[in-house]
Design a protein around this ligand. Sequence first.
Ligand SMILES: CC(=O)SCCNC(=O)CCNC(=O)[C@H](O)C(C)(C)COP(=O)(O)OP(=O)(O)OC[C@H]1O[C@@H](n2cnc3c(N)ncnc32)[C@H](O)[C@@H]1OP(=O)(O)O
Ligand SMILES: CC(C)C(=O)C(=O)O
Ligand SMILES: [Mg+2]
Length: 556
Amino acid sequence: MSPFDHRKYQSFAPVRMPSRRWPDRQLERAPIWCSVDLRDGNQALIEPMTSRQKSRLWDQLVKIGLKEIEVGFPSASGHDYNFVRDLIDNDRIPADVTVQVLTQARPDLIEKTFEALRGVRRAIVHVYNSTSTVQREQVFGLERAGIVDIAVRGAQLVKECAARYPETEWVFEYSPESFTGTELDFAVEICNAVTAVWQPTPQRPAIINLPATVEMSTPNVYADQIEWFCDRIERRDSLLISLHTHNDRGCAVAAAELGVLAGADRVEGTLMGNGERTGNMDIVTMAMNLYSQGIDPELQLGHMDEIIQTVKECTRLPVHPRHPYAGELVFTAFSGSHQDAIKKCLAKRDPREPWQVAYLPIDPADIGRSYQEVIRINSQSGKGGIAYVMERDYGYELPRWLQIDFSAAVQIHAEAQETEVSPEAIYQLFERTYLTGERRWQLGDYQVKRADQVDQLQAELLDGSTRHALTGSGNGVVASFVDAMQRFTGKQVVLVEYSEHALSHSAEAEAVCYIQLNIEGERYCGVGRSPDIIEASLAGILGAINKAAEQDQLAA
Ligand SMILES: CC(=O)SCCNC(=O)CCNC(=O)[C@H](O)C(C)(C)COP(=O)(O)OP(=O)(O)OC[C@H]1O[C@@H](n2cnc3c(N)ncnc32)[C@H](O)[C@@H]1OP(=O)(O)O
Ligand SMILES: CC(C)C(=O)C(=O)O
Ligand SMILES: [Mg+2]
């Protein structure tokens, strides 16, 4: 039992709809998008946007390709009024973009709203009043009829004002605000009353916006409400049903998606979900969700970092690093098994086939992200990720057995540092571990001769100021040097693994050689790098021998 008194709250009554159809549908196309960043987003900010910030966000919304943009509540503030005037007077509204403004269903506010829009080519006038039981009873103190009366009077005045400005193509929108807390039959009744005034036609439809002003239930209930409403509303073919979900329960996007399945045509929301309380429906997330399902979102979101920057600077709110699609960390895998899976999928990827990469719902490149960030290393990472970084950034194609060996060194380093390990730090660690660290033995001069199908190697081994002369023979220089080391150390030395490749990132056309030796039953790895492949091989063998010496396995 929690200490909470859960009886303080009531559960949301489900909609009785045994024959609901929306669960069997699939999203097939993008809805009509409407951004409310400059109104609902703005009214939620600690410091509302300055006109410069509003202007900047407007430009970004246009660049993204939003064709309907709610630009403010011009009857409520001089700022909003002036902003609308600036857009109109300075001809800043592209021909294919329609501005929308919000007003309460109050005569003075409606009049002022039309005044603000004077001379605009096309505009959506969005009028609302609250319809929920709580608002009716406790805020307005009115019965249903009184609330309908506010809406109808508002609708009439909107129509009259519009007639005074015939040069403008007017679109009317009505919201039964607090729709989710409104009895469905009443929502239908009040919307029918409003559209009876407006008399929309299929050619000139009106917008009926059904807001989850406060998100009160699971998204399936919202979808039921939308389907129930769409099935009963009059003049359905002359209406665009719009959704406007808030995120109080964290499901604004899900509710909008299910609401579209349930019959809605249009969705209002904001970039990154800014808005009242926990925010509005996030247009970026919903659009990218559609895209990840193979549906054209009909928005330009390829410049995601610029979008984030604009939103952050205009709203002065941060964007969470885990924000769906847009956050700085959303394409990054730190954990080993994820890195391994991503690396394998990317290596097998055929660009002609649909995207199928484990843990990456979309290709980061689509939104201007590089693969640099996909795999980042910390103490949770495994060999796959480390190998990926070594290959991607430095051109080393570490064989699997060396990945295992090296990942142990990276793990120790990451745990000691207690932070992320950068690609540079990984590379330096690789160099120290296999190539440049202090070594007991160094290779001096050497020469190989071939006689009777057998290679004979003579080499000099430097141990501080002491020089040892080595000889060995075998099939090839590698086998000869292994033989020489075996004679020199008196231990059993067996070559277990060998691989090499040219180092594509190296300006000096170097080769790199990876060696694994079994020395008296223990395995040791070494790496050699040189413009000369023989020297790289010998250095690799000596590297492994030196590793054994470090661990006191060679008493020579
Ligand atoms: C869910 C939403 O996001 S709705 C949009 C909310 N956004 C805003 O309100 C931001 C802009 N609003 C404002 O700045 C102010 O509310 C103004 C300037 C529009 C109006 O200010 P004021 O008239 O001073 O005050 P206020 O908003 O408190 O008015 C409340 C009155 O309007 C009535 N009212 C509220 N909403 C509506 C409506 N949609 N339609 C008709 N009447 C309404 C209330 O019943 C109340 O009436 P009362 O004074 O008789 O009790
Ligand atoms: C004005 C309306 C549509 C609104 O913002 C809401 O109900 O959340
Ligand atoms: Mg809202």
